[in-house]
Design a binder for this molecule. Structure first.
Ligand SMILES: [Fe+2]
Length: 185
């Protein structure tokens, strides 16, 4: 995918909970940008030469773009449901192409070998057929009916279960994961 196709996307550029009062610099697609709060408490993002960039504050993050996003940031309808809470788990830095990170995130075949005895275990290595579709109306990739045997599907799990996953790719470098909740111990 070319840089031109990517430039108009929204990207998370900071955690709202960690936004310093006098702002901070970060990199977006190799360009230094400044993320700060204005007098009204709203996030602002600008290039170092003062060009104001688009801003959205949602899902615990400040989002911005070096281009002109064609549409608002994707919706996560579940996030708006009553009783849901945002768990801010911080930042993990990975030296990797973001497209490759998403591609690898969707590849469940690595579970038994990388997350041994947690998200997978030998000899349960087979990936059963699942459904992949491009939902044209939303321009999103969805993988559904993904099933995998997991010895410890969550911290609260008290035994192995066959976990069902759905993966949603609402933007080229963003992915949303839905996963079976293990029964309460
Ligand atoms: Fe993994």
């Amino acid at each position: 995918m070319s840089r031109d196709a990517m430039i108009d996307q929204w990207y998370p550029v900071g955690l709202i909970s960690r936004l310093l009062s006098d702002g901070q610099e970060t990199l977006l697609m190799g360009e230094t940008i400044r993320v700060s709060r204005n007098g009204e408490g709203k996030a602002e993002v600008a290039t170092t030469d003062g060009r104001a960039l688009p801003v959205t504050e949602r899902y615990g993050h400040v989002w911005s773009s070096l281009g002109v996003p064609e549409k608002p940031l994707f919706d996560i309808p579940e996030a708006e449901q009553p009783g849901r809470r945002l768990v801010d788990v911080g930042v993990v830095r990975v030296r990797c192409s973001p497209l490759r990170a998403v591609e690898n995130f969707l590849d469940i075949a690595h579970f038994p070998f990388v997350h041994t005895d947690i998200l997978g275990s030998e000899p349960h290595t087979e990936v059963e057929n699942y459904k992949v579709e491009i939902r044209e109306d939303a321009d999103e990739v969805w993988a559904t009916q993904v099933k995998f045997y997991q010895p410890q599907a969550a911290k609260s799990a008290s035994g192995g279960i066959t976990t069902e996953y759905m993966y949603r790719v609402p933007a080229p470098t963003c992915s949303v994961l839905y996963k079976t909740c293990p029964p309460k111990p």
